[in-house]
Design a protein around this ligand. Structure first.
Ligand SMILES: Cc1cc2nc3c(=O)[nH]c(=O)nc-3n(C[C@H](O)[C@H](O)[C@H](O)COP(=O)(O)O)c2cc1C
Length: 190
């Protein structure tokens, strides 16, 4: 019998190893079934897109780094979780730098118009943490663009704001939301 193991890819846009995004992703991991792979955009070997336009003509990306494995994962996993602190109302620059490499998928669809291009449909969650309670709309909009590029449907957001006053590890609403959304991902993929 072949058993399909649920797989989740977490893309962490925070530089803080034990920061608020880490707290909330760990809370989700506690409840998520199956395998989890974490990409740390600050520390993993993934360069930004250089707009070399290789993917305008070829089925792939010319930059030979860890992203080559991540491209494959985007066609294998059931869930994608993006976690980011709010920086200037946006996702962090490192997360956007990572996301620039998704240009290969965009190019396959809209520039090369490759009729054989397929990416597995996935569910996704966005985790956002902010020191204050200012605008987060740009971050949500940008994350939704990333989810579209990877053929993922956003099914929920975990939000922990005013972390300058209360860190995410004491934010019961955010912790509970993280747990509930992890359980929802399990249910949707079962
Ligand atoms: C460069 C920089 C820009 C920031 N900009 C914002 C902002 O626009 N809005 C906000 O609420 N918090 C802002 N913050 C605070 C972080 O979002 C907040 O501390 C967050 O909880 C950190 O998450 P982490 O511990 O997962 O890295 C900023 C922090 C830094 C370092």
């Amino acid at each position: 019998m072949v058993v399909n193991i649920l797989k989740t890819l977490i893309i962490n846009g925070s530089p803080r190893e034990n920061g608020n995004c880490a707290t909330l992703t760990k809370e989700m991991i506690k409840y998520l079934k199956g395998e989890v792979k974490i990409i740390n955009t600050y520390y993993d070997d993934i360069s930004p897109c250089t707009d070399c336009r290789y993917c305008w003509e070829n089925n792939g990306c010319s930059i030979n780094d860890e992203m080559q494995e991540v491209y494959k994962l985007f066609d294998e996993v059931d869930n994608v979780i993006i976690a980011s602190p709010i920086y200037f109302s946006e996702l962090t620059g490192k997360l956007l730098s990572f996301a620039s490499r998704l240009q290969y998928f965009y190019s396959s669809r809209y520039i090369r118009k490759d009729s054989n291009f397929r990416l597995k449909r996935k569910n996704s969650i966005l985790i956002l943490t902010g020191g204050g309670d200012g605008s987060i709309k740009p971050a949500i909009e940008r994350a939704n663009i990333i989810f579209r590029h990877i053929n993922a449907q956003q099914i929920g957001i975990v939000l922990s704001l005013k972390t300058n006053e209360v860190q995410a590890n004491k934010d019961d609403d955010a912790l509970n939301n993280a747990k509930e959304l992890a359980l929802k991902l399990n249910k949707l993929s079962s």
